[in-house]
Design a protein around this ligand. Structure first.
Ligand code: FES
Length: 580
């Protein structure tokens, strides 16, 4: 912790807009006052933006306007001026072609809104998957004091006496229908049970993972990740975060003070311990790129390799976020990492205290949900990064969600050229496939889909499911929902649409997967691979205009976080020129 607090009082950034008697200053203040704001609110106190991803099109964030009010209470109480504003909301469940295609758009929106407006600090109201990385990325690029407040997960879903986990149950039940083990009427009945309260997915999916990442990075107050959306303590968290951001501005405690290499290493290890989503890999790589930390896929493999998964939550385990909260939540996990010597204890958090000081006295209230390290769900959690001639720049797999008997496997490729090809063929009884085959899906990467769809966990063929088989190896350049599971190799880089080796795999080729050796190998002679690569030519249409064109032109590979090339790094908070 090398941070030194700034002197207070001092002239803040917002005073460039409000702190004077020129025509421009009067203009900036006067129009603000049409909201009924008293004159003394412009006296030099911290002006705090509440960057809100509320949207009725993002159901997981539909309750965030209420939380914004709680944040405002805290800001006023601490002597700041809160100003709430909307940004593009990347709702996972409705956006097409994928919410991921819009993460960078939202991050740009946040960055420009923060820089262009009279703000000294910001509270980031996040929830649904991409909203968390998008807002963190935008704030990191501007580097004004920022604190994340998550909307919190939905309450446990229950259906006929069983827990129904967001997303996870969806995958399980749709497979059960294909296998003839569940009726569509029952599936429809389960629909409401799965989503019984406001909030984000209640599994350890991407939303819960990214809320945990924000907390493990030190960008949210301790305990933020797990409090259910409807629990009164979620409102308290919002209120306290509102109070805290005012002091962060006074201290000038910025994202660059918190998002150090040590913070990222803590987050990667925490991701292994919670059995977090593979999507965290992409988002943390992108965030690190914004703040100037040289984080790589190899860091993910090295740091996560021996981390035991101790949180028994779906999709890897049995419980849901509500139970994680009652057990003590992420602080208990971080404490366990610290006790195991796997934590940079001095890493700074938004509270001003170190990550260790925040967690050292917490207790585990339910060892079924957060297990002791000696009784881990899997001793080797983390994210495995596989490399080889099929993925020269890497591919990822989540061992805690995979089948142990498939960790070393050689199989015959059954190839789907894109997701439509998969949909057209998968139910065909004549498809030459069995449980030993390896399903290969192409053209679902950042440029290929576009936006890198969450289709990597493609469903098994019905004729295999009917045998009672529930897992097969699947390889793609796609992503997978954090709520999904299976022996699914994702993010294969370079992607097929730009001529990565995945593009040249054909039906019947033999593929070797060796997770312990971190190897992904296409078993063909080098000369044959070279000949096929030489003969390959792009066949994906290139968007002619609009955001799709911008995305296609500038998105980078999954191996570096799929950010836009021109958005890497910080661009700072310099106050733009006035136009009046
Ligand atoms: Fe929004 Fe899962 S779909 S959090």
């Amino acid at each position: 912790m090398k941070f030194r607090k700034a002197e207070w009082p001092r002239r803040l950034r917002s005073q460039e807009w409000f702190g004077g008697t020129s025509r421009d200053h009067i203009y900036h203040r006067s129009w603000m006052k049409n909201q009924g704001l008293p004159a003394d609110l412009f006296d030099g106190r911290p002006v705090i933006g509440i960057c809100n991803t509320w949207s009725e099109l993002t159901p997981c964030n539909a309750h965030l306007r209420d939380l914004a009010q709680r944040v405002k209470h805290g800001i006023y109480e601490a002597g700041g001026l809160p100003l709430e504003f909307p940004v593009f909301s990347t709702g996972e469940s409705a956006l097409r072609p994928t919410a991921m295609m819009y993460r960078n758009l939202a991050a740009m929106d946040v960055e420009e809104a923060l820089r262009a407006n009279p703000l000294d600090g910001v509270v980031l109201l996040v929830g649904c998957d991409k909203t968390t990385p998008a807002l963190l990325m935008g704030a990191a690029s501007v580097d004004i004091p920022a604190i994340a407040v998550s909307g919190g997960p939905m309450l446990n879903g229950w259906f006929r006496g069983e827990r129904v986990g967001s997303g996870t149950a969806l995958w399980q039940m749709s497979e059960a229908i294909k296998a003839g083990a569940m009726t569509r009427e029952d599936f429809l009945d389960a629909e409401q049970a799965m989503s019984r309260s406001p909030g984000s997915c209640n599994t350890m999916g991407t939303a819960s993972t990214m809320a945990s990442m924000a907390e493990a990075l030190g960008m949210a107050l301790s305990g933020n990740a797990a409090i259910p959306a409807v629990d009164s303590r979620r409102r308290v968290m919002a209120h306290m975060s509102g109070r805290r951001i005012v002091d962060m501005v006074k201290d000038d405690l910025k994202p660059s003070d918190i998002l150090t290499r040590e913070a990222f290493e803590n987050a990667i290890r925490a991701n292994g311990a919670i059995g977090g989503s593979t999507n965290a890999v992409i988002h943390l790589l992108a965030l690190a790129g914004r703040i100037g930390i040289d984080l790589t896929l190899d860091d993910w493999d090295r740091l996560g390799r021996d981390i035991p998964t101790i949180v028994d939550l779906m999709p890897s385990g049995r419980f849901l976020m509500e139970e994680f909260f009652y057990a003590g939540g992420l602080p208990v996990v971080i404490r366990a990492l610290g006790e195991a010597g796997l934590l940079h204890k001095d890493a700074l958090t938004v509270s001003g205290a170190s990550v260790w000081d925040e967690v050292k006295d917490v207790r585990n209230w339910n060892e079924d949900v957060i297990r002791p390290v000696g009784q881990a769900l899997t001793p080797h959690g983390g994210i495995a990064v596989l490399k080889g001639n099929l993925a020269p720049k890497g591919a990822v797999l989540k061992p805690s969600a995979a089948s142990p008997h498939l960790m070393r496997h050689r199989g015959r490729a059954v190839v789907f050229e894109d997701i439509d090809d998969y949909k057209a063929k998968i139910a065909d009884e004549a498809l030459d496939i069995d449980e030993n085959s390896i399903m290969v899906l192409k053209n679902c990467g950042p440029k290929g889909y576009p936006g890198m769809a969450e289709v990597g966990n493609m469903g098994l063929p019905p004729k295999v499911l009917r045998k009672g088989i529930t897992d097969m190896i699947r390889i793609s350049d796609a992503r997978m929902s954090g709520t999904a599971y299976g022996t699914v190799i994702l993010h294969t880089s370079p992607e097929a649409a730009i001529g990565g080796p995945l593009a040249i795999v054909r039906d019947g080729d033999m593929i070797e997967v060796d997770v312990p050796a971190r190897r992904l190998h296409l078993d063909l002679p080098e000369t044959e691979i070279e000949a096929r690569l030489k003969a390959w030519h792009p066949n994906m249409p290139v968007p002619e205009s609009g955001y799709a064109r911008l995305f296609h032109t500038h998105v980078q590979g999954a191996d570096t976080g799929a950010d836009f090339d021109f958005l890497k790094g910080q661009r700072g908070k310099a106050v733009p020129r006035d136009s009046h």
